[in-house]
Design a protein around this ligand. Structure first.
Ligand code: KE4
Length: 428
């Protein structure tokens, strides 16, 4: 009988105290089978598990590690900030610097409020949109995830235009029924929803690049049409850029696609790996927030000096480091390599990518929405995931997650990745 590995022992221990042994469900490997490994440390584009196995990391802590793990400038910034104290609950200079950075790099962000997670950011943004418009209904899209916000843990009702059903226990139907869930990339359904609910819809919230059902892209003209409809209907357009913010470029998806939303949500990268969130946009809307206005929002650790120091270091490196050209080059190299691996092995894989975000679906393409993504062969994906893990390459443990390349990934790392993929694909 083989002695359990340290990861196995830790997982058994974790199961005693933590539901499912994890503090966030996707970490439990339920999408791919098996047990999660436990990490000991991370540096650059690599993580080492507690049994000493080295892994090339394409999860990047789900997006924040765009500069790789333990970037020296981020570590140094955290150390220096920590010597002054770890939390104040008092306004501090670093939160002003972070706000100015976001204000400068994202023109739509006339005002910004910092918080502690992407979930807090989207939860606050929809409350603000409802408070500002005096309307209660929301539109979200199938396949888009915005954190575990009651009003957004909602799935499509029976008919496309009917009101939403809870997508989690504990969400009251009374609340989910205020959310209309529509197919992404289907602008007619948006027009029909506003026609069916005139003057009642406070906001549309979307991931401009849905990356929580794998990854697929907005069709040409789709985002422009959402902008035009919301402006005409007096509804607030909210871009959830928790993942795409500072990932696709300093201006995020809104700069990439040339759309100005009314409100935007951020997280992940702006915290340099520490807990963070932010939401902001039009001043006339943001000034509805307490203490100025009637919409309440608060947070003990909002603007936390360590998270601000880490995030500022990350954004300043991204701003000055010529990082996005490198990320695009690595992304293109991986895309070409994975397409070769698919052709070489004869296994159909649809590889979607934008910049340094990607997803390989085990299905003939195209994959342009959730319905297409759901056709992927998940059993094959699971075998591919474990085959790559055995080859020392850690991909997201779910077909319905995006992968991330960092500036720490070298061309040699990318080449090793698609060569391993070709070998694994041949075996599954
Ligand atoms: P957090 O509350 O997890 O910081 O952010 C929620 C969130 C909001 N909006 C978008 C577009 C997001 O992708 C997320 C969180 N992303 C997931 C990855 N699919 C985080 C990983 C996890 O849940 O453990």
């Amino acid at each position: 009988m083989k002695a359990p590995t340290r990861s196995q022992a830790l997982f058994a221990e974790a199961l005693k105290y933590i539901p499912g042994g994890v503090n966030s469900p996707v970490r439990a490997f339920r999408g791919v089978g098996g047990q999660p490994f436990f990490v000991d440390r991370a540096l650059g584009c690599r993580v080492w598990d507690v049994d000493g196995n080295e892994l090339l990391d394409y999860v990047g802590t789900w997006g924040p590690a765009i500069l790789g793990h333990a970037h020296p400038k981020i570590i140094k910034a955290i150390q220096a900030a920590a010597e002054h104290g770890t939390s104040f609950g008092i306004p501090n200079p670093l939160e002003v610097k972070m706000a100015e950075l976001i204000w400068r790099e994202v023109p739509s962000m006339q005002k910004v409020r910092l918080c502690n997670s992407g979930t807090e950011a989207t939860m606050s943004a929809i409350r603000l949109a409802r408070g500002f418009t005096g309307r209660d209904k929301l539109i979200k899209f199938e396949g888009c995830y915005h954190g575990h916000v009651d009003s957004l843990l909602v799935k499509a009702g029976s008919g496309a235009l009917t009101l939403g059903q809870p997508d989690s226990a504990g969400v009251p139907v009374a609340l989910s029924s205020l959310t209309i869930v529509l197919p992404f990339n289907d602008i007619e359904s948006v027009r029909a929803a506003f026609a069916a609910h005139p003057g009642e819809i406070a906001a549309i919230i979307l991931e401009p690049v849905p990356a929580n059902a794998g990854l697929y892209l907005p069709e040409p003209g789709y985002l422009e049409a959402l902008r035009e409809i919301t402006a005409r209907e007096g509804a607030i357009l909210i871009f959830d850029e928790v993942m795409t913010g500072f990932r696709l470029g300093m201006g995020g998806a809104q700069d990439h696609f040339g759309i100005t939303p009314d409100l935007s949500c951020f997280g992940k990268i702006i915290g340099g790996g520490l807990p963070v969130g932010a939401f902001g946009g039009r001043s006339d809307i943001m000034d509805f927030l307490a203490p100025l206005g009637p919409v309440y929002q608060a947070g003990t650790l909002s603007g936390n000096p360590l998270a601000m120091a880490a995030g500022i270091a990350a954004l300043e490196e991204l701003e000055h480091g010529g990082c996005y050209d490198a990320l695009e080059s690595r992304g293109a190299q991986l895309e070409a390599g994975m397409r070769w691996a698919s052709e070489h092995s004869g296994v159909p894989v649809t590889f979607n990518r934008i910049g340094s975000m990607f997803c390989g679906y085990f299905v003939e393409g195209p994959v342009r929405n959730l319905a297409d993504a759901m056709k992927s062969n998940r059993e094959r994906f699971a075998k591919f995931f474990h085959g790559m893990l055995s080859a020392g390459i850690y991909l997201a443990p779910s077909q319905f997650e995006a992968g991330f390349i960092s500036t720490a990934h070298s061309p040699e790392d990318i080449e090793a990745t698609f060569n391993a993929a070709a070998a694994v694909m041949k075996r599954i």
